[in-house]
Write a protein that binds this ligand. Structure first.
Ligand code: 5GP
Ligand code: MN
Length: 349
C-alpha cells in the first residue's frame, strides 16, 4: 500500500538481530516533546510490547497535557522528574531507539550524558536534516518525510509489523503526522502522506477525535494569552514580510500558563496577508538570561538558515528554532539586525 522505502540495504536484518538479542528496550525523544515525539515514542513502545519486549519510553522533560491522550503516554518516564529511574533504565537497556531527533545533545544536557555513556546500540529514526552520524549505531533518516511518525509507519511496514498495528498504535502515529503538519496544512504535499493516513484510517483510528483532543480543549488562560500577545506584543515588519512576537516570564505568570500553552502561537501571524516569516521569542523559564527562538515560514523562506546563522539553532526549512543568551530587548534588536542581513530571502516572492 505504501510506495516509498526508508530502510537501506541490510538495515532490516540488523534491526532484527539487535531486537532478537534485546530484552530491555528504551525509546527516547527530544527535549520539549511535541506531538510527533510523544506519538512516535508511544507507538514504538506499543509495537515492542507486542513483541514481548520490556519496552519503556523515556522523555527528557514534561510535555503538554493534551498529548496525554496518546495511549501509553501516562507510562512514559520523564527524565527531569525521575532522573534516577530514567538513568537506570537507559544504563540497563540492551537497545536504545532515538526518535524525532538527529543528535544526542537534543535530549538535553543531563540526559545526553547518560545516553552517551550507555553501551547499547542506538538506532535513530527521524526526519530532521543533517543528522550527527557519529552519535548513532544506525540511522534511518528521511528529511523529506513530514514527521518521524511517517518514517516510523514505513519502518513498521518494511519490518513486517503491520499485523501489530492496532487502533491505539495507529492513533499515536496519526497524532504525530497531524501535529507536525499543522493538521496537514504544511510539509504534507506528498501523496505518500495520504497513503499513510488511509492506512491508519483502515486500522480504525478516529481522526476527528484526535484532532479535537489536540487542537481543542485549550485552557481559558491560553486563549486570553493568545489574544494579548497578538493585540499587544505582535510587531509586524511588513516590508520584510515578518512578524515578531515576544513573551516574558512575567507575562507567562500573569496568564497562569502551563507547559504547552503557547504551542502553535508562532504559526498564527502566517495567517496575515503578506507575512511569510514569523518569529516567537520567549524567555526561558528555567534558564535566566536565555531566550528561546521559534521560527516558521512559508514557501521558500529558509527558517533553518536563519536559525543556524543568527540564533544558534537549526531545524527544517519552514520550522526552525534556537536560542540567544541576552535580555528580551537585546534579542529583539538582534532579530531586527539579522533580518536586515537576511532580507534577500524575504523580499522576493
Ligand atoms: P519549535 O519552534 O517548535 O521549538 O522548533 C521547531 C523545529 O526547530 C524543531 O522541530 C527542531 O527541528 C528545530 N529546533 C528548535 N530548537 C532548536 C535548537 O535549539 N537547535 C536546533 N538545531 N534545532 C532546533
Ligand atoms: Mn518531528
Amino acid at each position: 500500500m505504501l510506495h516509498e522505502k526508508v530502510l537501506a540495504d541490510g538495515q532490516k536484518e540488523q534491526l532484527e538481530t539487535w531486537l532478537s538479542a534485546a530484552r530491555r528496550v528504551v525509546v527516547t525523544c527530544h527535549v520539549g516533546p511535541d506531538g510527533d515525539a510523544v506519538g512516535s515514542v508511544t507507538a514504538m513502545v506499543g509495537l515492542l510490547e507486542k513483541q514481548g519486549k520490556e519496552a519503556v519510553g523515556v522523555v527528557p522533560n514534561v510535555f503538554p497535557r493534551n498529548l496525554y491522550t496518546a495511549s501509553g503516554a501516562d507510562r512514559l518516564v520523564v527524565f527531569e522528574e525521575d532522573a534516577d529511574r530514567a538513568q537506570t533504565l537507559i544504563a540497563g537497556a540492551d537497545l536504545v531507539l532515538c526518535l524525532d531527533y538527529n543528535a544526542l545533545h537534543r535530549t538535553g544536557d543531563r540526559m545526553a550524558v547518560v545516553m552517551r555513556a550507555c553501551r547499547a546500540p542506538r538506532v535513530m529514526i527521524d526526519h530532521h536534516l543533517e543528522p550527527e552520524e557519529s552519535d548513532f549505531s544506525m540511522l534511518v533518516s528521511q528529511p523529506e518525510m513530514c514527521s518521524t511518525c511517517e518514517v516510523l509507519l514505513h519502518v513498521v511496514s518494511e519490518m513486517g509489523w503491520l499485523p501489530m498495528l492496532d487502533a491505539d498504535i495507529a492513533s499515536s502515529i496519526y497524532l504525530g503526522m497531524m501535529t507536525d503538519t499543522g493538521a496537514f496544512s504544511y510539509a504534507s504535499n506528498r501523496g505518500e502522506v495520504f497513503r499513510c493516513v488511509a492506512l491508519l484510517l483502515d486500522r480504525g483510528i478516529d481522526k476527528d477525535r484526535i484532532y479535537r483532543n489536540i487542537f481543542w480543549g485549550a485552557s481559558d488562560s491560553r486563549m486570553r494569552a493568545m489574544g494579548y500577545l497578538l493585540y499587544v506584543n505582535m510587531k509586524l515588519m511588513k516590508k520584510l514580510h515578518t512578524s515578531i512576537i515576544t513573551m516574558t516570564n512575567q507575562e507567562w505568570r500573569r496568564f497562569y500558563l502551563k507547559t504547552g500553552d503557547t504551542e502553535g502561537f508562532v504559526n498564527l501571524p502566517l495567517q496575515i496577508e503578506g507575512i511569510r516569516l514569523s518569529i516567537f521569542l520567549r524567555e526561558d523559564p528555567d534558564v535566566p538570561g536565555k531566550i528561546r527562538v521559534s521560527t516558521r515560514s512559508v514557501d521558500d523562506v529558509p527558517c533553518n538558515l536563519l536559525a543556524q546563522e543568527y540564533f544558534n539553532g537549526g531545524g527544517h526549512k519552514n520550522a526552525a528554532g534556537g536560542s540567544l543568551m541576552c535580555t528580551m530587548d537585546e534579542a529583539v534588536e538582534h532579530v531586527k539586525r539579522s533580518l536586515q542581513k537576511f532580507q534577500d530571502y524575504l523580499k522576493n516572492g
